[in-house]
Design a protein around this ligand. Structure first.
Ligand SMILES: [Zn+2]
Length: 288
């Protein structure tokens, strides 16, 4: 009997403790009904919408910055490609004592296949032979066609083949491309004199620091093909070509001395009424 009374007393003690805990909990929360429902801790729809709106605003602020960073990264990679190409060009000139022709033909007409030696073929052996349109031979922002056929070679980069003039001098005097060398056909083909002009030598380039060697190709508007052979006409005056360019508002241009600049489209100048300061950069005599 004594034992039972003790147990009952313990039971009452437990009950008292539970009540005390419960009271404490009510005091702590201040409102036991809301705690049980959990509604106090949930987001309302308005709060959720505000958070979403803030995230959207932050994203809209960040996205242009990210896109600009991506554009700048592509420009940097492209400049690095051009730097490697123009160094390869320097090595070629050092070995061959002349600049490569844009296209050196071994037959008297343009082939529909790949037979001619293009300027990029001459650079390839100094660049571990990347395929045309790949590796160093591809601007990361170029997204148009690549072709190696002689009648319409095209791709990411272009060579300053003829400057703003087809040739200097007359047919009696030695004639040479105003750029770094245009198309050469075998001399017995009976073609126009400019098709057999001599190669451009290192000494022909009067101001290497102020002459374009190669750069981002202007893209043919209709054929989606980057010109591999450059002249001011293709780079500058063709408004339609300028609607398809690798980088917004600029062409990366490598100079004969090896440095590379991002040149604004307007400063590549136009064929007619061009600013002589910009126009002379196309020609090996540094004249407009
Ligand atoms: Zn580029």
């Amino acid at each position: 009997m004594k034992t039972r009374i003790t147990a009952s007393a313990e039971g009452e003690g437990e009950q008292k403790m539970k009540t005390t805990r419960s009271e404490r909990s009510i005091h702590a929360s201040g409102n036991s009904t809301q705690d049980e429902c959990g509604s106090r801790n949930a987001f309302t729809l308005i709060e959720l919408l505000v958070v979403i709106a803030i995230i959207a605003i932050l994203a809209s602020l960040l996205l242009p910055t990210l896109s600009r960073a991506k554009t700048m990264a592509a420009i940097t990679k492209c400049k690095s490609n051009e730097r490697q190409m123009v160094l390869a060009l320097t090595m070629y000139v050092s070995d061959s004592q002349a600049y490569p022709y844009a296209q050196l033909h071994n037959q008297c007409s343009y082939s529909a296949g790949k037979r001619a030696i293009d300027w990029f073929d001459c650079l390839g052996s100094y660049l571990a032979n990347p395929k045309w349109g790949e590796g160093v031979f591809r601007c990361p922002s170029y997204k148009w066609r690549v072709s190696e056929i002689d009648s319409a070679p095209g791709g990411s980069y272009a060579y300053n083949a003829r400057g703003t003039r087809v040739f200097l001098g007359t047919s009696e005097a030695p004639i040479v491309s105003a750029g770094l060398g245009w198309n050469y056909f075998p001399s017995n083909c009976g073609l126009a004199p400019w098709t057999t002009m001599r190669p451009v030598r290192e000494s022909d380039v009067k101001v290497p620091v102020d002459m374009y060697a190669l750069g981002d190709a202007p893209v043919d508007y209709w054929n989606d093909l980057g010109w591999t052979m450059g002249e001011i006409g293709y780079w500058g005056f063709n408004d339609m070509a300028l609607k398809k360019m690798s980088h917004p508002r600029v062409f990366n241009m490598a100079f004969v001395d090896g440095h590379v600049e991002s040149v604004r489209t307007n400063n590549l100048s136009f064929w007619w009424g061009a600013n002589p300061t910009y126009q002379r950069r196309w020609n090996n005599d540094n004249q407009p």
